[in-house]
Design a protein. Structure first.
Length: 107
């Protein structure tokens, strides 16, 4: 068998979804897949629902890595919230920042 036989055919390439996917959507779908839930699971938390209205355009922006120092208790709580809600920890932090920025009026 040659390498040419392993190349994709045009019929298979045409069935691949070419719609752009945000990083948050990809992470959510991967978490749902790992937990045996369908992609785009309907059971979203209230935080995700309300914050998605606030920061839809933010997920399309390029992201950078950041380092934060947290106590062990904060790390454990963040992990529990992430496990319970099925939302990535980095996305939770982005949602909390967006929520706090939009609810603060005394800046």
């Amino acid at each position: 068998m040659s390498l040419l036989n392993l190349s994709r055919t045009t019929s298979r390439a045409s069935t691949i979804n070419t719609e752009p996917v945000t990083a948050d959507t990809f992470i959510d779908d991967a978490l749902n897949y790992a937990q045996g839930r369908p992609a785009h699971a309907d059971s979203q938390t209230q935080l995700v629902t309300s914050a998605s209205k606030v920061s839809n355009d933010a997920s399309m922006q390029p992201m950078r890595r950041a380092t934060f120092t947290l106590t062990e208790e904060c790390i454990d709580q963040l992990q529990e919230i992430s496990d319970h809600s099925g939302v990535a920890k980095s996305k939770l932090i982005r949602l909390w920042i967006a929520h706090f920025a939009h609810t603060r009026s005394d800046w």
